[in-house]
Design a protein. Structure first.
Length: 309
């Protein structure tokens, strides 16, 4: 019943060929929905906080909500900073009790990314905190991340080896065709599994991470649009592709967009079908239930991590 690092989680995931879900959290209902699913599925869990979430909810509120989730469920979980953009925010999260941080230096040239990542690794490791980094750029828009498709680049396998060796990082987010946001593919979905397999082969036993890996469930896209949203053509990563990625060293899969879609669809439905409702519990409650159901499905059928906690 504690906050733990991702190290043992990833070792077990790598050996068992499954992935741990890393779910972005912004408020109480999202955290509760995720925790309900994790308890039900007896699954390992990472709750992650982005810069946008920190700005919206305040770090202290989010930290206390996560502490409450642990106390309420008796579960161990990892609290992770998602897309830390500089040393200062990573340092602050380490000092605040996060057990894992991500330093995203992917926007910098290779050598600068290494230097920044190494600085974070040295500080975090001295305090028992694990570090994730990123090499390659994912296209798409989510939170404070905005990368044009023309500026996105896939991860070079040889550079990945050098990067890991020189930084001492604990896990690496790679770019193989996923993207942030709800509009991940214009045509047929495609991930570069040949590249993934090569990276995994060159880094045996090393945990890889997929960002921008929401599946964008069409039931929630359709429900949103049915009740007034305008998100036509939203398309995510097929479930079978994510499941396949776990066979090549992917131990952590990030999920954010799907949570937003599920929550917003349920709220929209209540507002349209029950216009007299103004009690937040009447629309946030169903939204929480939808998140729990969707996360449980992912843990069982996409991440293959049910029963692995």
């Amino acid at each position: 019943m504690a906050l733990i690092t991702s190290k043992e989680m990833f070792q077990k995931a790598y050996e068992g060929k499954y992935a741990v879900g890393a779910f972005n959290v912004n408020n109480m209902e999202i955290i509760q929905g995720i925790m309900i699913a994790a308890q039900q599925e007896k699954a390992p869990l990472i709750l992650q906080v982005s810069a946008g979430a920190r700005k919206y909810a305040s770090p202290v509120y989010l930290r206390k909500l996560v502490e409450a989730a642990i106390e309420d469920t008796g579960m161990d979980l990892c609290l992770h900073l998602d897309h830390g953009e500089d040393f200062e925010i990573c340092k602050q999260c380490v000092d605040d009790g996060f057990t894992s941080v991500m330093i995203d230096g992917s926007k910098h040239p290779f050598e600068e990314n290494i230097a920044l990542t190494k600085k974070v690794v040295d500080y975090a490791h001295e305090r028992g905190v694990t570090v994730e980094a990123e090499l390659g750029k994912l296209a798409g828009i989510e939170d404070n991340i905005n990368v044009d498709e023309k500026d996105s680049t896939f991860t070079d396998p040889d550079e990945a080896v050098e990067f890991v060796e020189r930084t001492g990082v604990d896990s690496l987010a790679i770019a193989i065709g996923t993207s942030h946001g709800a509009f991940k593919f214009k045509g047929e979905p495609r991930l570069d599994f040949e590249r993934l397999e090569k990276i995994s082969r060159l880094l045996p036993g090393f945990p890889l991470v997929l960002h921008g890996a929401s599946t964008v469930p069409q039931e929630f896209v359709e429900l949103n649009n049915q009740y007034g949203a305008q998100i036509p053509g939203a398309k995510g990563v097929p479930e079978e592709m994510l499941l396949e990625s776990t066979q090549y060293g992917v131990c952590k899969i990030n999920i954010d967009t799907d949570l937003r879609l599920a929550m917003t669809a349920c709220i929209r439905q209540v507002f349209v079908e029950q216009p007299a409702v103004f009690d937040p519990r009447k629309y946030l409650g169903p939204a929480r239930e939808a998140i729990a159901k969707m996360v449980a499905h992912k843990m069982k059928n996409v991440l293959n991590c049910s029963g692995k906690a």
